[in-house]
Ligand binder design. Sequence first.
Ligand SMILES: [Zn+2]
Ligand SMILES: [Zn+2]
Length: 197
Amino acid sequence: MRKYISIIVIIAAVAALCASCSGKKKVVMGTQYKCKECGEIYRDDTREIEVRREVADDVNVEVVEDYCPTCGDEVVVVEQIQYQICPVCEADRGAVTREIKIERKLADTLQREVEAPVPCPTGRCRRVSRLHEKYNWDWEFCKAVSSQEIGLGFNEDMVREAWGPPKRVEKMGNAKRWYYDAGYVTFGASGKAVEIK
Ligand SMILES: [Zn+2]
Ligand SMILES: [Zn+2]
């Protein structure tokens, strides 16, 4: 009986020796996603692999901090400062703080300080902003039109607001020409001014 035990011990010792000299080691690698709000590992893309013993220390688990679906979907209130600038004369019209309700996962990328176009309520700025409200054109177009200036690429509404209705309209195939006392504007097939005289 003692002999058998000795043999088993020897076999176990040899087996252990072989395992350690086989040069392989089991390690865990991959990515874990950890919630930065509640701390839960909400996604685990790790797995166990066998690698050569000498590189085992280089293999590790990367932990990415983000929000779990529960915390990420939660609606939070964040404050945003809006610096109000007149888009016409660029006057500083003060700053306001707004509370924005937003899902937590989106809140991280929300800009906390923004510039908001708030036109002056009187004078030329008001006239320009009325055009912007009515047509939603870019501010540069609104400024030009309110100064009776037009340019290539302006559409019919812009020309009408700047110069008034044409005295006469001439069809020219897909194009048309609007005549004024001082000259004319030709609109191409796209409806935008291609010639101003
Ligand atoms: Zn969470
Ligand atoms: Zn202004």
